[in-house]
Design a protein. Sequence first.
Length: 59
Amino acid sequence: MNYINGIALGSHTVIGAGALIIEDFGDKVIAYGSPAKVIRNRTIGEPYLYSSKNQQPSL
């Protein structure tokens, strides 16, 4: 767990750029928005970024 200004972010958690974080997030989630909310869970080994060579997972 990482703590930033009293907010807990779990291991392997990805937060979108410009997201407004107002609550704690657990391990292995992808969150973004204003306010940020969990969009989906992440699987270990999944790349953080997708290029045109990689196929994006269906949401």
